[in-house]
Design a protein around this ligand. Structure first.
Ligand code: NIG
Ligand code: FE
Length: 406
């Protein structure tokens, strides 16, 4: 059964067939293309007065509404804008409890530290499978309502063999993009060296069947560069592709490690030297920036312009978690990226869609064109520009996931 979506005032495709750079890793080097106007339209492969034909969960055609082929049924979107569903490539959704009190303390002057993770570990260990499942499902639903169609979910609040495997089993019920983060922090009472042995040994063996990715929090107060290398290499040997929490709380070795092991993405990158930027560009490692975390920790924002000008592919994600930032909203992250990280609205949308897809090495999402998944968001606005122009306003009217409205 084919469906024609027509009357689309502005369609963002990210499709080379409509002038956009190639979906994977092909963000314009120099980063100057996308400032505004026509350049922005080209970066996003924008089609005006457009239509989309969907069949069997995939897009089969995009173009001008006047040229659209016939379909079994049709729906007029009355001039609204349509964008590819957001690809949120970094989230921690399997946990219990919250840390609102820690947030309050931060807003009155306390700094964020890795140690707060242990509070959530205690609550998570005490929760039933159903409590964890219900909590994670509720957050995924919240994301869907805000236009997110692909989400990555990490473990990391269990920190023993049984608990980490349980978190990944639950995450895997919700997404294929699951990440083993046994190396989030050293759990209370454990010896750091023995804990790394456990992570790369029994824990990895129990978790690998439920995970696609391996991650490590490489930071002061969490894991150093040697431990990070060891975890990522062991994960890779078990068939998991590496990604990393890098340079979040200070200048550190995380980005270097990411480039050494060929990680798909280095996430946070709040502190990055010029050498780090060159390394990321040369190694083809995506920089996933997480501005909601800077917002919620009162840290300085990274300057995305530096990354773009160095030729780095940039993604934006929420990092939704109960500690450093509890926002599930890609539109919010995108608005912050524009206001605080010197991205143009087009660059930020590109980062929140095809950038996220590159960070997850997916070529079927983050764009709309013949062969892509039919994952899209309909905005109650005439243009994608309104995502950053009207921050905090719930502009996503409907989300389509694999050809089905959700
Ligand atoms: O991405 N940095 C490490 N992990 C999370 C925070 C987890 C927490 O504070 O509970 C992050 O910011
Ligand atoms: Fe994180």
């Amino acid at each position: 059964m084919s469906t024609l979506l027509t009357g689309i005032g502005e369609l963002v495709t990210n499709d080379p067939a409509h002038g956009a750079p190639v979906p994977l890793g092909g963000e314009a080097p120099g980063g100057g293309v996308a400032a505004s106007g026509e350049g922005a339209g080209r970066l996003l492969g924008v089609v005006r007065d457009a239509a989309v034909v969907v069949d069997g969960g995939r897009v089969v055609w995009t173009g001008a509404a006047a040229d659209a082929p016939a379909a079994d049924e049709s729906r007029d979107l009355a001039g609204r804008a349509v964008v590819p569903g957001f690809v949120d490539s970094h989230a921690h959704l399997v946990f219990a409890g919250d840390r609102a009190a820690e947030f309050e303390a931060r807003m009155t002057g306390r700094p964020y530290t890795a140690g707060g993770i242990r509070t959530t570990v205690a609550a998570t260990r005490a929760a039933s499978d159903d409590e964890l499942r219900t909590g994670a499902r509720r957050l995924v639903d919240e994301m869907r309502r805000q236009g997110t169609t692909t989400v990555e979910i990490k473990s990391g609040y269990g920190l023993d063999v049984r608990q980490e495997a349980r978190a990944l089993r639950i995450a895997h019920e919700l997404t294929p993009e699951t990440t083993f983060l046994g190396a989030h922090v050293v759990p209370p009472g454990a010896d750091p060296a023995e804990y790394v042995d456990l992570v790369v040994g029994d824990m990895l063996a129990a978790c690998a069947p439920h995970a696609r990715w391996v991650d490590v929090f490489c930071e002061r107060g969490a894991f150093d560069a040697d431990a990070a290398r060891r975890v990522l290499r062991a994960g890779a040997a078990a068939g998991l592709a590496p990604r990393i929490h890098a340079n979040q709380l200070g200048h550190g070795p995380g980005i270097e490690v990411a480039c050494e092991v060929g990680a798909a993405s280095a996430d946070h990158c709040t502190f990055a030297s010029d050498d780090d930027l060159r390394n990321l560009a040369d190694a083809g490692v995506v920089a996933t920036l997480l501005p909601s975390i800077e917002f919620s920790t009162r840290q300085p924002y990274p300057d995305a312009r530096r990354f773009l000008e160095a030729g780095v592919t940039v993604a934006i994600a929420t990092d939704c978690n109960p500690g450093s930032g509890f926002s599930s909203s890609m539109p919010f992250a995108l608005a912050l990226a524009v206001r605080e990280m010197r991205m143009s609205p087009a660059e930020a949308l590109r980062a929140a869609t095809s950038g996220g897809a590159a960070a997850l090495r997916r070529d079927d999402v983050g764009w709309l064109g013949a062969g892509s998944r039919a994952d899209l968001a309909v905005l109650d606005a005439p243009s994608y520009l309104h995502l950053a122009y009207r921050p905090g306003v719930p502009l996503v009217r409907e989300t389509m996931l694999g050809g089905t409205w959700v």
